[in-house]
Design a protein around this ligand. Sequence first.
Ligand SMILES: [Zn+2]
Ligand SMILES: [Zn+2]
Length: 257
Amino acid sequence: MKANYHTHTYRCKHGKGTDREFIEQAIASGLKVLGFSDHCPWVYDNDYESPIRMQPSDLDDYFSSLLSLKKEYEKDITIYIGFESEYIPELMEKQDQLLSGYPVDYMILGQHYNEPEYNSHYNGHGTNSLKQFTRYIDLIIEGMDSGRYKYVAHPDLLYYAGEESTRVEQYTRLCKYFKEHELPIEINLIGLKNGLHYPSDRLLRIAHEVVNTAIIGIDAHTPNLIGDIASIELGNTVAENYGIELIDYLPGLEPKI
Ligand SMILES: [Zn+2]
Ligand SMILES: [Zn+2]
């Protein structure tokens, strides 16, 4: 594994470790690129404070810490600074305003919610709702069409507990979209390691049929996961077993050393 673009920090309130520890672990593991993608803050219309993502007031520290470490370690590893975010149409304008002026290298799309989270179901829970499922896929496609995001984290985060044929139909629609736009699916290592419902056998089979590529995303919330060779090996094995080609780097986010 040469690059990981899916890394969180303690600022999202469910990650641990210092920024430096993540970077030193990545160097020790032989990564050429480490991309930070902590859960992006939203600007809500009310005073709701998310317990699972950075606050707008964390942005200055996020960038100042990572920019200084990026420079300090530039001979050892290429650091990119980005975010993992949902695509929620009514909130995008204020998020753009919030981030303007910050040197954001990239974003990945993690569609944990379809609406502002205080008003929404978590997509990671199983659902029987066809409406929620199709909205989830629609928003991912609309989000990727906006050109904001480099790839979709855990595209099968939403487990649809309804008809299998519907699940196949919707995930085929998504995989074909990825194929058409040369986007990889993510093999999410937290999901794999913890035996979560993603990456799912269903999505991987479809990705094989559609001839998608894949990228491994560690989804590291602690530095040690970046050095977890067994999980990384497992990710490689899954790609190999399903006959899916892995890509090392995201376009435009290659190593600079
Ligand atoms: Zn996520
Ligand atoms: Zn994540």
